[in-house]
Ligand binder design. Structure first.
Ligand code: ADP
Length: 489
């Protein structure tokens, strides 16, 4: 099959979170199963044509934006086994960040991603790259299925193309004022509650949910959760209406990239057989963070976007308890300005127990995954979550909230039966979090039980293989759909 990915992030070109990891590794796995994959993303400032040996392929591409026609350019190159294409329009994408600043989103994100999606549709035609499947990711790709079933419905080029829409995070919806409809070029007929209208706005995400041929999301548990009002972010009825066309496929991780045996970013390499060497990573990390260097002090880690989703509101109140207990916590993250400031302040207040890095640093993330004893993933909701899987791979014990993909990837520790790979809690309160941390520390102090727990975690298989196969099954299922049974319409 000829498969085209539409995404706003891809490792190593542009990343703010797990979407980049998935779009960096899944396409390679699909190629390994015998298909061709091309990935399209905007040419952000971080995408250097020199660094990645990109070529200018199309100049100009004419893109209809509202009633105007604007022009862009297309760069292309190879990354591993996949073709990568970048839509270039400096006034839209050559900026400091992908979506906005800590103060908020860029106000023209609607135009930025309308332009992107229409440019992809037009570029594919110019390249004569006829996809069997267009696989769209999150709201930044949500209009593609809409365009294919409206403006391009009669276009012979796209006659046999089917669309898959993957929800990586339902809370990010790409909702814009109704006027954006004019910029999309779509008819005002689309501004209906059973199409793109969402509480008085136009929702790009809803476009993907309603119009794609099949839907997927990134864990089985999240696929169920998002059909309920607690997790559905207002889209629950759209999703439950299409429940037979919504498939939960757990994200995998790139086992080559994330391997403590060969990782060049960590101070000492180790495997399950040489797990005692992991202690050297811990001691180096404590030293780097100016914390007391002591293998017996429980060391917790947190890496993630500083947004309320990630359970930050639970973390902040327990920093003082961590200090009182004599433990240590290292945080790495960027995000909402208020959280950034509060964590900087807490790090100044408790320097011997809490270290905060308000930055985005992939190598430091690896030193933390390798060096800490326990990794906190305490999200309000979590579609899949990658951090807990990286932690397990690096012999670090995850302590997670019982939601979404965290339930599908971390099994609770059972002392008597010597089972489980981590610690879990449900109540979203700092008290319950701290109680669970205390329970984990008790086990940490039992060196033999702890070692066995670590080794069970390292045995988990989070490779992409099984999941990539499930995606191919979904593509094949979509291909069999006829126009009349296509989409939720
Ligand atoms: P989400 O996609 O919701 O942000 P995931 O757990 O799925 O969360 O993926 C987050 C990814 O981003 C992981 O690879 C994590 O290590 C990485 N990450 C998050 N924040 C940072 C940071 N400040 N520096 C380096 N890597 C980070």
């Amino acid at each position: 099959m000829e498969i085209v990915f539409i995404t706003a992030e891809m490792e190593p070109f542009a990343k703010t979170g797990g979407l980049a990891d998935v779009c960096g590794s899944l396409p390679q796995e699909i190629v390994a199963l015998g298909h061709r994959v091309s990935v399209f993303l905007p040419k952000y400032r971080s995408v250097s044509e020199h660094k990645y040996s990109l070529e200018l392929l199309l100049d100009p591409i004419d893109i209809p934006v509202g009633t105007e026609v604007e022009t862009g350019r297309l760069y292309g190159g190879r990354w591993g086994d996949v073709n990568v294409f970048f839509i270039d329009q400096p006034y839209l994408y050559d900026r400091d960040a992908l979506y906005g600043t800590p103060m908020g989103d860029y106000p023209d994100n609607d135009i930025r991603f309308i332009f992107f999606q229409r440019a992809v549709i037009e570029s594919l035609k110019k390249l004569k790259l006829k996809p069997d499947i267009i696989h769209c990711h999150d709201w930044q790709g949500g209009l593609i299925p809409v365009y294919l079933k409206t403006i391009y419905r009669k276009d012979p080029f796209y006659k046999d193309t089917k669309t898959i829409f993957t929800i990586h995070n339902l809370a990010y919806q790409g909702n814009f004022p109704p006027d954006s409809i004019s910029t999309t070029g779509l008819s005002w007929d689309e501004f209906r509650y059973d199409r793109l209208e969402f509480y008085g706005k136009i929702s790009f995400l809803k476009g993907g949910l309603v119009y794609s041929d099949l839907l997927t999301t990134v864990s089985k548990r999240y696929a169920e959760e998002i059909q309920t009002s607690d997790f559905g972010c207002g889209m629950e009825s759209v999703l439950s209406d299409r429940k037979d066309e919504l498939v939960g496929i757990l994200n995998g991780i790139d086992l080559k990239e994330w391997n403590p045996a060969h990782d060049p970013d960590i101070p000492k390499n180790y495997t399950a057989k040489t797990i005692e060497r992991k202690t050297e990573c811990k001691l180096a990390l404590q030293k780097e963070n100016k914390l007391k260097v002591d293998p017996d002090v429980p060391l917790f880690g947190f890496i993630g976007r500083l947004s309320s989703q990630k359970g930050i509101d639970l973390l902040e109140p327990i920093i003082e308890n961590i200090k009182k207990a004599g433990w240590q916590l290292i945080l790495l993250g960027t995000g909402d300005d208020q959280y950034q400031q509060r964590f900087r302040e807490a790090a100044r207040k408790f320097p011997q127990h809490f270290s905060a890095h308000i930055t985005f640093d992939g190598a430091m993330a690896k030193r933390i995954y390798a060096g800490v004893d326990l990794f906190l993933m305490i999200s309000q909701y979590e579609p899949c979550g990658l951090g807990q899987m990286y932690a397990l791979r690096y012999g670090t014990v995850p302590l997670v909230r019982e939601v979404g993909g965290l339930v599908d990837t971390v099994t609770p520790y059972k002392a008597r039966s010597h089972k489980g790979t981590g610690f879990r809690f449900l109540d979203y309160t700092p008290q319950t979090l701290f109680k669970t941390m205390k329970k984990a520390v008790q086990v940490f102090q039992d060196k033999e039980a702890w070692r066995k727990l670590i080794l069970r975690g390292m045995e988990c298989d989070f490779s992409w293989q099984a999941s990539a196969r499930q995606y191919v099954d979904v593509y094949e299922r979509a291909e069999k759909k006829t126009i009349s049974d296509s989409s939720g319409l």
